[in-house]
Design a protein around this ligand. Structure first.
Ligand code: IPM
Ligand code: MG
Length: 360
């Protein structure tokens, strides 16, 4: 069976980290005979420069056809003055919405080798394994009305709408409950139900859903407390489920528990199991082109892609094991380097992971 993936490197460090992910995919392909065809396309600023828009209809249609999309990152200084409606980020949001990728899985796992790279004490983060389930196609990112308007007194005001339907809450809830069933069976739903009606409804729907999953222990937490608990005692969490914006913020926070935001992969899935895979970090234009970006989040995103969209769990494990082997050998990119380890470039890290797969 021929399966096809669409690769969208994007901007900033995107092309550098995707190049390493493709090296690792090629090594995996050779070993496991995956039968993958790889197409490439443009997204974000790279697409704006060629087509004038961050995501063309053709690229969206192409993404809808393939088995999975692998994305680097979007955005950069040169596009920041553009109207918000055609900025690079809109390409990413258009892809998420266009493919209805409502379920965003963001695992925060601490590789034991990186315990000293975390800014938190090793005993706080040792053994950390959290899954953040972020709603990705609703909430304040997409709510209407939105905009900037001029009021009667001549002052401008900006406004966005935070809205969730019961159906939207229920479908992300089901993903979170089933994810918890496959893990330690604990789910923490994060909201701001003490202030926002929309998350009062969120809490009610999650509570009702909980009755269908008696094997999952459901708890609720306000988002401000959740941010605090993530740095105070992160190991209390197994699976967390939350809204689009809260999930954006909490996943950046959780990433630093693992040593670096350069370590966190993600999967964004729709109801048909189609997926887009990307590191959770951005395009980091400040370090682009210097060969110092960490490609491991993207490489680990390839593993998630093989597992969730391409039914190749053994190949996924091979990549994850290879990453552990390389970390064991002491190689580190600049963001995770510490005493007694050896700093390598983006490309050297990719080469090392690919070599570890060939040696397994
Ligand atoms: C993320 C990013 C995006 C988001 C940006 C680039 C639009 O921060 O994937 O977490 O806010 O969702
Ligand atoms: Mg983010």
């Amino acid at each position: 069976m021929s399966r096809c993936i669409l690769v969208l490197p994007g901007d900033g460090v995107g092309p550098e980290i995707i190049a390493e992910a493709l090296k690792v995919l090629a090594a995996t392909e050779t070993r496991f005979q995956l039968g993958l065809t790889v197409q490439e396309g443009l997204i974000g600023g790279a697409s704006i420069d060629v087509h004038g828009v961050p995501l063309t209809n053709e690229t969206l249609a192409q993404a809808a056809q393939v088995d999975a999309v692998l994305l680097g990152a979007v955005g950069g200084y040169q596009w920041e003055s553009l109207d918000i409606a055609i900025r690079p980020e809109k390409g990413l949001l258009g892809l998420r919405a266009g493919l209805d990728l409502f379920a965003n899985l963001r695992p925060a796992i601490l590789y034991p080798q990186l315990a000293s790279a975390s800014t938190l004490k090793p005993e706080i983060v040792a053994g950390l394994d959290i899954m953040i389930v972020r709603e990705l196609t609703g909430g304040i990112y997409f709510g209407q009305p939105r905009g900037i308007r001029v009021c009667d007194d001549g002052q401008r005001e900006g406004f966005n709408t935070l809205v969730y339907s019961e159906a939207e809450i229920e479908r992300i809830g089901r993903v979170a409950f089933t994810t918890a069933q496959r893990r330690q069976g604990r789910l923490c739903s994060v909201d701001k139900a003490n202030v926002l009606e929309v998350t009062e409804l969120w809490r009610e729907v999650m509570t009702n859903l909980g009755r269908e999953y008696p094997d999952v222990e459901l708890s609720h937490m306000y988002v401000d407390n959740a941010a605090m608990q993530l740095v105070r005692a992160p190991k209390q969490f197994d699976v967390m489920v939350t809204t689009n914006m809260f999930g954006d913020i909490l996943s950046d926070c959780a990433s630093m528990l693992t040593g670096s935001i350069g370590m966190l992969p993600s999967a964004s899935l729709n109801a048909a199991g189609q997926g887009m895979y990307e590191p959770i970090h951005g395009s980091a234009p400040d370090i682009a082109g210097q060969g110092i970006a960490n490609p491991l989040a993207t490489i680990l995103s390839v593993a998630m892609m093989l597992r969730h969209s391409l039914a190749s769990a053994d190949a996924a494990v091979a990549i994850e094991t290879a990453v552990a082997t390389v970390l064991d050998s002491g190689l580190r990119t600049a963001d995770i380097v510490s005493d007694g380890t050896e700093q390598v470039t983006t490309a050297e890290m990719g080469d090392a992971v690919a070599a570890a797969i060939r040696k397994q």
